[in-house]
Design a protein around this ligand. Structure first.
Ligand SMILES: Cc1cc2nc3c(=O)[nH]c(=O)nc-3n(C[C@H](O)[C@H](O)[C@H](O)COP(=O)(O)OP(=O)(O)OC[C@H]3O[C@@H](n4cnc5c(N)ncnc54)[C@H](O)[C@@H]3O)c2cc1C
Length: 449
């Protein structure tokens, strides 16, 4: 039985690994367009700094990524305790996001009125059950101030998205479910906390968990997978089109090479899958095309510690849209993980672009660098010259689960019924994080063989 996987990101590579774990005799091939598998995961060693050009880590509260790492014999690296402190830039300065109810009451992140409005959440009317945007949900339940200062930056931090378009049900299914079940998020939180005390299990409403990576960065898991998969992974093999004749799929590369396979998995971005399917199934191709990907650039800056007055004591900060700044936020990478900068140096990583400012991410390097330096000066008071700078561009960065995403998924599922042994997976569909990608690949492998 031959299985071909298109796309050598974490979805495709982990799928190949899980398939072979189930049956080592399978003939599995991964076709990767670029010369470097890993997709959005790449850890760049730059003059002693470790710059992540995309994925920074994963949360350790879901088991699959940790289990995969363990079976590949690589040790997870948990973020420091300091990384629990997260900040929002609002009203001209950085303010810590409160972690506990008493800290929330003392915090100046929200005005008194904004705080009182949050308590009204207990009595806010329940939604109709139809899908709604993240913005509409948050304003309805928590009030406009909490939405603008807390929920909007969270949407930037995870999706680089526009909360007025993102679907609550698809992006945050657990929150959607809690409202359905308990009628109020605060009531749900109280009940879940009581439950947690009783059972000793962590059952909060949010994602929870600790940000985790590896000593050599996220790419360690890619390298370990590549070692196991060996020459089953073919690089510089950009798939241009796919077709079916009888029970066999044919896959054609950009250079005209043809490969035949019994089973075919598209684990590449949705817009790429759309292109490949153009001839074989126009309607499925058009459905996939509806998933949009804004641009995001990641700007890594290394500084001498002595040049920075800011203590960088935390995870970093996000910037609400209403602040009209140009960056989405900045992570204090060298405070999160111990070895991201050489002795006496620090590493910052800023994100720019996203669904509401995609063009900004595509500015020329020098302009991008100047924008970030200006922002870091105004937000953090950093005036120093960086000792290194790296800009990583993602022209099509993160798939947006906008309102109607569930319909897109339903249409894909329906269309696939006409194509036995064709599968579609990756971060464009049922979870954008590394944990989701690996979990979905695990489940897919189990359902395929
Ligand atoms: C800037 C940024 C930061 C992120 N940070 C985090 C984070 O900290 N934590 C987290 O959990 N998630 C993060 N994500 C999300 C992350 O992208 C996913 O979790 C995950 O890496 C996606 O993996 P994937 O394999 O589904 O897709 P990708 O990583 O996009 O891999 C798809 C692969 O398909 C290949 N491909 C494309 N077209 C073709 C073709 N025609 N033929 C053959 N191959 C093709 C590509 O070259 C690529 O290697 C981040 C994303 C971005 C953009």
């Amino acid at each position: 039985m031959s299985i071909t996987i298109v796309g050598g990101g974490i979805s495709g590579l982990s799928l190949a690994y899980f398939l072979l774990e189930r049956n080592p005799d399978l003939e599995v091939t991964v076709l990767e367009a670029s010369d470097r598998p890993g997709g959005k995961i790449c850890s760049d060693r730059a003059d002693g700094f470790l710059c992540e050009w995309g994925v920074n880590g994963f949360l350790d509260n879901k088991p699959r990524t940790l289990e995969l790492a363990s079976s590949l014999s690589i040790n997870p690296l948990r973020s420091s305790d300091a990384a629990r402190r997260r900040f929002i830039f609002t009203g001209g300065r950085l303010r810590q996001i409160p972690e506990t109810p008493p800290a929330f009451l003392r915090s100046d992140l929200l005005s008194l009125r904004g705080k009182i409005r949050i308590f009204y959440e207990f009595f806010a009317p329940r939604g109709s059950g139809d899908d709604e945007t993240l913005a509409s949900f948050a304003i309805r339940r928590l009030g406009r101030e909490a939405y603008e200062k807390m929920i909007d930056p969270m949407a930037s931090g995870i999706y680089a998205g526009d909360p007025e378009k993102l679907s609550l049900k698809s992006c945050f299914p657990r929150i959607y479910q809690l409202e359905r079940e308990y009628g109020s998020l605060l009531r749900a939180m109280m009940k879940l906390q009581r439950e947690a005390k009783r059972t000793g299990r962590q059952v909060g409403p949010g994602p929870g968990g600790t940000l985790t990576s590896f000593y050599d960065g996220m790419e360690a898991i890619v390298r370990a997978l590549l070692e196991r998969l060996g020459d089953r992974v073919r690089t510089k093999w950009r798939v241009r089109g796919i077709n079916r004749s009888g029970d066999i799929y044919t896959v054609q590369s950009e250079s005209g090479e043809i490969l035949e396979t019994d089973m075919l998995v598209l684990a590449c971005p949705a817009y790429e899958a759309a292109g490949m399917l153009g001839e074989m199934d126009t309607s499925l191709s058009e459905t996939l095309e509806r998933i949009s990907y804004p641009a995001v650039s990641v700007v890594c800056l290394g500084f001498r510690k002595k040049d920075i007055r800011h203590n960088l004591d935390g995870f970093g900060f996000l910037v609400p849209f209403r602040e009209s700044r140009k960056i989405l936020g900045t992570l204090y990478d060298s405070s999160i993980f111990p070895n991201r900068a050489p002795e006496g140096h620090v590493l910052l990583r800023s994100m720019i672009g996203g669904a509401r400012a995609s063009d900004l991410a595509l500015q020329p390097d020098e302009r991008l660098l100047n924008i970030v330096l200006e922002e870091l000066f105004e937000i953090m008071g950093i005036r120093a010259e960086p000792v290194i700078s790296r800009i990583y561009r993602h022209e099509k960065a993160i798939p947006q689960y906008n309102l109607g995403h569930q319909e897109v998924l339903d249409e894909i599922e329906e269309a696939l019924k006409a194509h036995p042994n064709l599968y579609i997976t990756g971060n464009a569909y049922r979870g954008i994080g590394v944990n989701d990608c690996i979990e979905n690949s695990y489940r897919l492998a189990n359902s395929m063989v």
